[in-house]
Write a protein that binds this ligand. Structure first.
Ligand code: 6PG
Length: 255
């Protein structure tokens, strides 16, 4: 099933087909941005997303994508050492980044020697430098960084990045990167992009699978559209938003 409305597209697929479709989607955007601007800025999340990107490691993509022009960031990161099992960097390194020729200097991990606050400030400074050098585009409308692609997961509670329902960080309007020390989902200390940064992106994809996500998906995409309280309902990129759902996550949407 595929539906498109304004700037929002929804695709419901079997898990294996979802991985195939997601790889094509990312590859098409990589080709678009590397030819248009000589760089592709892509932001990763943690969770199952990395596994759903696995088809990028297969032909034709593994041999044909301009990996050397990729610049990789994290939508959110746990404040743990980069070698720790909880690290989103480690997850992506093991599952994707160590298997493709992205220059190590183009992979922007957090500084894991700093506190949560220090790491957030340091990451924002890094982003500001890359905007200045035009590696990351910026929005003429608001000056926020305009990433080419945000790849987002969603928790069963409707959180995206480390923006959790009811938490004051969801309201942050000024900062690019901020920190949380009381995350309801462990580990408690994280840094996260703010909603304005997520929503300034050119493209954003939400990769959401499993029955446990069906209520949150329904509250955003269902007819009642009762999403006011869920961070995921506030995702609205300047460009296009695409939802990749499996049948479980879509199970409460009308047929
Ligand atoms: O930092 C985290 O705790 C995770 O990155 C988290 O935000 C994840 O992206 C979602 O919970 C979806 O995870 P799944 O796709 O694995 O369900």
């Amino acid at each position: 099933m595929a539906e498109t409305n304004n700037n929002v597209a929804v695709e419901v697929l079997e898990k294996e087909d979802l991985a195939v479709s997601l790889a094509k989607y990312v590859a098409d955007l990589s080709n678009k941005f590397t030819s248009e601007r000589g760089a592709f800025t892509v932001c990763l999340s943690g969770g199952s997303l990395i596994n759903y990107l696995r088809k990028l490691l297969e032909p034709p993509y593994v041999d044909t994508l301009e990996w050397s022009k990729w610049h990789v960031f994290w939508v959110d990161e746990r404040v743990v050492p980069k070698t720790h099992e909880d690290s989103n960097y480690k997850l992506a390194l093991d599952g994707l980044l160590s298997k493709v020729p992205i220059p190590p200097g183009n992979v922007y991990a957090i500084n894991d020697a700093l506190s949560a606050e220090g790491a957030a400030n340091d990451y924002e400074t890094c982003l500001r430098h890359l905007v200045k050098n035009s590696i990351i585009a910026s929005s003429p409308a608001n000056g926020f960084p305009k990433f080419d692609l945000m790849l987002l997961g969603m928790g069963p509670d409707g959180h995206i990045a480390s923006l959790f329902p009811g938490h004051p960080l969801v309201e942050e309007k000024q900062r690019w990167v901020t920190f949380i020390k009381d995350s309801p989902k462990p580990p408690p200390e994280r840094i996260t992009f703010t909603l304005p940064v997520i929503n300034t992106s050119a493209y954003a994809a939400l990769v959401v699978t499993g029955k446990g996500k069906a209520d949150a998906v329904h509250s955003v995409l269902g007819k009642s559209q009762n999403f006011a309280k869920l961070p995921v309902g506030l995702v609205s990129p300047e460009g296009e938003l695409k939802w990749f759902l499996d049948k479980g996550a879509a199970s409460k949407l009308a047929a």
